[in-house]
Every structure is written in C-alpha cells, then in structure tokens.
Design a protein around this ligand. Structure first.
Ligand code: ME8
Length: 679
C-alpha cells in the first residue's frame, strides 16, 4: 500500500536578528506534527527556512558595515545561528530553504513573469503608508490611531512606480474559500480576515519596489525588485522544485499545511491562495494561525527587542523540557504569557514529579523486587486483553465492565488502552496541549495506582504476593510504554529513553502498539538509567537566568558608541564667548551624601581659589587628581549643587563602551601655567 503523504511548513523567518522563543515555538509545534505523522506511518516532508530579502535586512547590514548577504549568512549559518538553533532543538526538517538560494531566485523570476504574462501583474504607482520594522504597507483605514496595526509604530507616506498583483480579482473566490471550507483554522480567524480585509474591499497588492536593491530583480524590468510577499510565500512550492530544477517532487508533495503566527494569517489566507489561483496551482490544504507568546502582556518581537533566548533556556533546562513546556502550556491557537516561572513549574510538576517519578519508581522497584526481570506470565490475563481491546475500540474508559482482576487495574488499563484514540483526535486538530493533557491523565492515574497497590507492602511476603506484585509492575511498565510512544513527537530523546528503560522492543514502540494493551513481553528486563528530569531549584535557576540574560544583553551591545556630531552650526563670536582656562587642582574632596560629586579647589591663575563641583566620582578618586592641570570653562553662571556653589565646569571626553558611559578628564601638560587661556 502506498504511504500517505504529509507536507508541512513553518513560516520562513526573517534573519534580521537572532531568532527567539516565539520562532522556536512555531518550529517545535511543526516538528511535533511532522514527527507525529511519521509515527503514524505517513511519509512526511517538513520544510522550514529563512526569508532573507527586504529593506530591513539591507538597513541592518549597512548598520553592521557588511553586505546583506554576509549579514544573513552570519545569522543563518554562523555560530548559534538559525541552523544551529534547529539542530539544538532537535528539529527534524527535511529541507531548509533560504530565499537567497539560486534555485529560488530563478523560480521567483519565472513565477513573477508567469503572473505578468497572464495579466495578473501590471505596472502602476504605489501610494501608501509603510511600516518599516514590519515591512508592511497599510491603507489609511487599516491604521490604528494613525499607526501600524501590527507593532503600533509610526508609518511613513510612500509613493513609487511599482508592479501590482490583481488581488481584487480574486476577492470573491478567496472569501468563499475562507467562509465555506476548513481552509483557515482556528475558525475564529475567518471572521477577522473577511470583516477586516475582504469586506472593506481588497486592494491590488504592490509586488515590486524600486526604493531598495536587496531583493530578487524583476528580470524583464531592471530597477524593480520583487517585493517581499511574492518572494516569501512562493518558498513553499519552490522548495519542492516548482519552476526550478533543484528538486522534482512538487507533484508528490503539494498541497500541504502551513503553520503560521496569527499576524501573517492575512498573507497566507488571502494573498497566497490568490497567487496560486493566478498560477493555476492547487491551494494549500490548510493554514493554521497559531497564537503569540507574550512577555509581560505584549508580543515578543525582534523589532521591540524584548525577546527570550531559546539557547539559554535549552542549555539550562534541556531541549526536551523546553519543547515540552511550549506545547504543554499554551493552547496552540491562542496567545499565552511566557514566563520563566511557568517553565520551571511545568518541568517540576509534569516532568520531574509525574513522569520522572513514575519511571524511576517503577524501574527501581522492578530492580529491587525482581532483579530487573519480571517473571514470565505476569502480563495481562485473557479477560484483561478483551477488556482493553473493547476500551480501545469504543474509546470508553472502562465503565461497567468487571472481569477478573481488581477495579484499579481495570481503570488504569481502560485509560491507557484508549489513550491513543483521544490523543490522535487532539493531534489531528493540532491541539497539542489537549493531547498532552490526555497523556498526563494516564500518568497521574498510574502514580495513584502505585499508592493504591503499595508494592512495598506486597513485597513483604513475596511467596504469597509475588505474582500480584509482578502484575502490578507489568501494568505500570505497559502504561509507561504507551505514554512514551505518544510522547515521542514532543520529547523525542527522553521518550526513547523511557522506552529503553521499560524494556520495550522496536515492535512494541510503534504507533500500532500504542493502541494495544499487553504488547510488552511478560518476562521483560528493565534497564535503569539516569534520572530523566531532575527537579529544578527555582530560586537558583531564576537567578542564573537573570545573570545569563544580562550577560547576553551586554555582549550584544556595541563595543564603542560615540555621540554623533551636531549638525547645527555655532557662529565664531558665540564660541569666543566661552572662556576656557587651564586650572590646577589644589584640593579635591568627595561631597557628603552624594555618590556622584567631587568638590575641587582650583588655582585658576587669578590668585583667588575657584570652587567647581563635578559629577565624576564614579571614574576618579579625589586623591589621584590633586596636582593635576585640567581644563575648565570659567564664565558659566554659578550653580548650586547639594548646597554648595560651583563656578564653572571641568571639561572631559565621554563615550560609551558596551553600554557603559566612560569619562576621561582632559588632563593637560603640567608645564601649562594655571590660568592660561585655551583658544
Ligand atoms: O513574518 N509568539 O518572519 P518573522 C509566537 N518572514 N510566535 C512567534 C512570535 C511570538 N512572540 N514571534 C514570532 C515573517 N513568531 C516572514 C514570514 S512566511 C512566507 C514569511 C513566529 O521572522 C510566528 O510563527 O517575523 C510568526 O508568524 C513568525 O515567527 C514570524 O517570523
């Protein structure tokens, strides 16, 4: 039988900066879906990548003093870049597309020409409101209080010759697609798209630019580069070989499913289907718009700079713990508040207490009471097997059936045997959180089962209770086996380790066997291993996280910042009115109750001591300055600070290093006499 095929994609991310936990969230969810589909026997194509063109990247590269290509290369392939991050997070993508890849560039030129030749792309003048950080054009009516509806920043008027895509032509078809099919999920996003974008009237879409050069050139009209969405959205098909020779499996994989964040649902559910209609290609099977991870109630985003670094979290808590947290905590379709406290709590409660303890208690009891190997014949009795089969078939959790064995056995068996059904239902609806909730209900029940059966009491009389104890252990291992199989898409490394420890063979680690109670051999041998999920000391971890975030922030700061020179001119006469003099420090004292001020007694060449207060205590010890010749402006009006009078100001040089202000007094040659005029 031919395998079912499943094609799934993440958005291609902008490498304008390092990726953060929000990108990781979407990629981990897509990975879990891809792994789940592989587990169920599908052939899977999982694509992710980077969206490397556009003005923002051009600007960023200029700021960094490198070419745009060098800039994106560093973020994508450089140390701790995008590729490293996905490797660290154990992402199982089959392909990775970069929009600067040659094959994609050629394909985009062909796609653009195709749409131009069929009359759907035409030349006009673009006038609009442009949000630079979001690289989005908006109409007046879409602005919120005159600002970008996505990020709330100022927008600019923009006007230029440009090509347009006849999006308006497809408005009715797209509306039908959204309203009358399950194309877009969650369903709540459909109204948003139809009411906010389609009903007010779909305008044609600007698809080329002349105001920047970092993009794919329109080959039949030099000076124009393809504007970002045609370039970006087409990645989903160029990566399969559409209009290029790099790959040849477009027909076998397309159409697929797109996971995207809710802010780009508009592009994926309106523009993308319209583009495909224009090209005469099949439409995606589905677009799922997931929610945002919020930080202190606001969206985490590169342009706001309030991002959480997945590297720090994965290195501190482990990759699987982070993957698990992201999908266990936030319903995929809704927004959720990210916090380090919630992450630690999830690790401690679900992974350390519930799953980790169940595994380590069970495996160590099998070690202690049976030398690591259960006696043959401790597996399910015939009635239990029938009962489990019935539960799995009818997806019941055991009510009303009472064959031999005890009630708590049957409750556990019923829950575990039917788990795969409930899990599958949730996974097919992209409800990762619900799938995990179902697994953890079974894990909770198994922990309770240990307490109900008190194996340590049974073990006191092995002769009488040995077979019962072995059966209890078997039930626990079997429950763990089923849960571990179903956890594989979420925590691949740890789930494999659970399966190893409970002695599951390859056949009883499969999807099919996750729906069968009793697949473990009766005389199995457990293998003790390390504690999979150690408890996290919350206070210590939070302190470490704060320090790591602080260090990362510092490392990202520029080495040296110098204030730009003033544009405004000052006339020579005004300049000459400032009286700069050499002054010699006769005495220097800290000012009481002030961390900043030093009080100077200075010889200014007039024969009368001059007092100046200067806020430089952070950089100088008073005693080091006595005897030095400094520069001061002496004709400023007197000023009172901390009750003391200051007559003038000492001159120093200031700059910023790694975010810290540095100050150096102008210390003059000692040969210069006090009072000498500077000019
Ligand atoms: O939009 N919470 O790239 P991008 C959850 N290049 N998910 C988040 C998130 C957050 N706080 N922040 C980002 C682009 N994401 C375009 C896409 S596709 C043809 C072109 C995730 O780097 C989420 O999936 O801004 C979002 O849609 C995506 O990253 C945007 O990444």
């Amino acid at each position: 039988m031919e395998k079912r095929r499943f094609y799934i994609t993440t958005p291609i991310y902008y490498p304008s900066d390092k990726l953060h936990i929000g990108h990781t969230y979407c990629t981990v969810a897509t990975d879990a879906m891809a792994r789940y589909k592989r587990l169920t026997g599908c052939e899977v194509m999982f694509l992710t990548g980077t969206d490397e063109h556009g003005q923002k990247i051009e600007d960023k590269a200029k700021e960094a003093g490198v070419t745009p290509q060098q800039y994106v290369d560093n973020i994508v392939t450089g140390p701790r870049g995008v590729l490293d991050l996905w490797k660290l997070m154990n992402i199982s993508n089959d392909r990775f597309i970069r929009t600067t890849d040659d094959y994609h560039v050629t394909a985009i030129q062909k796609i653009f020409k195709k749409m131009h030749d069929n009359g759907d792309i035409y030349k006009g003048i673009y006038k609009g409101k442009y949000c630079k950080p979001c690289e989005s054009f908006w109409t007046e009516s879409q602005l919120v209080e005159g600002k970008c509806p996505d990020c709330g920043r100022e927008v600019q008027d923009a006007e230029e010759e440009a090509y347009f895509f006849k999006l308006s032509k497809y408005a009715d078809k797209v509306q039908h697609l959204l309203e009358d099919t399950d194309f877009l999920e969650p369903r709540s996003r459909v109204n948003e798209m139809v009411n906010n974008f389609i009903k007010p009237g779909l305008e044609d879409l600007c698809v080329s630019r002349t105001s920047f050069t970092w993009g794919i050139p329109v080959d039949f009209d030099p000076g124009h580069v393809v504007y970002v969405w045609v370039d970006a959205l087409s990645n989903y098909i160029t990566a399969l070989g559409y209009c290029n020779d790099k790959y040849h499996d477009y027909d076998s994989w397309w159409p697929g499913i797109h996971f995207v964040g809710k802010e780009i649902v508009r592009f994926h559910s309106i523009i993308w289907p319209a583009m495909l209609m224009s090209l005469g290609e099949p439409l995606p099977k589905k677009v799922f718009g997931h929610g945002w991870l919020l930080l202190d109630g606001g969206k985490m985003s590169k342009s706001k700079g309030n991002v959480v670094d997945p590297y720090i979290l994965a290195e501190m808590f482990g990759v699987d713990a982070l993957r698990f947290f992201l999908l266990r905590t936030f319903p995929f379709g809704s927004d959720g508040n990210f916090s380090n406290e919630a992450l630690i709590q999830t690790i401690n409660v679900d992974l350390a207490n519930d799953l980790g303890n169940l595994l380590s208690r069970t495996v160590s009891m099998v070690g202690k009471y049976f030398g690591g190997q259960l006696p043959a014949g401790c597996g399910p009795i015939e009635e239990e097997l029938h009962f489990a089969e019935g539960c799995a078939k009818r997806n019941c959790i055991g009510a009303g059936v009472e064959p031999g064995g005890t009630a708590c056995d049957l409750e556990l068996i019923a829950l575990a045997a039917s788990l795969r059904n409930r899990y599958e239902d949730a996974m097919e609806h992209f409800a990762f959180q619900n799938a995990l909730t179902e697994i953890f209900k079974v894990i909770d029940r198994a922990n309770k089962y240990i307490d109900e059966n008190a194996p340590w009491v049974l073990a006191k009389d092995m002769e009488a209770n040995g077979p019962r104890l072995a059966h209890v252990m078997y039930n626990l291992l079997e429950t763990l086996r089923i849960c571990a199989i179903l956890l594989t898409p979420f925590i691949p490394t740890s789930a494999a380790e659970v399966l190893r420890q409970v002695g599951a063979c390859e056949a009883c680690s499969s999807w099919d066997s996750a729906g069968q109670w009793g697949a473990l051999a009766g005389d199995l041998t457990v293998r003790r291993g390390e504690n999979l999920f150690p408890r996290v000391d919350a206070d210590k971890a939070l302190r470490e996280l704060e320090a790591a975030a602080e260090a990362a922030k510092k490392a990202a700061l520029p080495d040296l910042e110098i204030e730009p020179q003033l544009e405004e001119k000052v006339d020579f006469d005004t300049f000459c009115k400032s009286d700069f003099r050499a002054v010699k420090v006769k005495d220097c004292q800290p000012v009481k109750k002030s961390d900043k001020l030093l009080k100077f007694t200075l010889d200014d060449g007039t024969g009368t001591d001059r007092q100046i207060l200067s806020g430089i205590a952070k950089w100088y010890k008073p005693e080091d300055l006595v005897g030095k010749t400094l520069m001061a402006i002496v004709n400023l009006p007197p000023r009172k600070m901390m009750g003391l009078e200051s007559n003038g100001m000492l001159i120093s040089a200031v700059h910023t290093e790694k975010g810290e202000e540095q100050l150096n007094l102008l210390i003059l040659d000692g040969k210069i006499p006090a009072g000498a005029k500077m000019c």
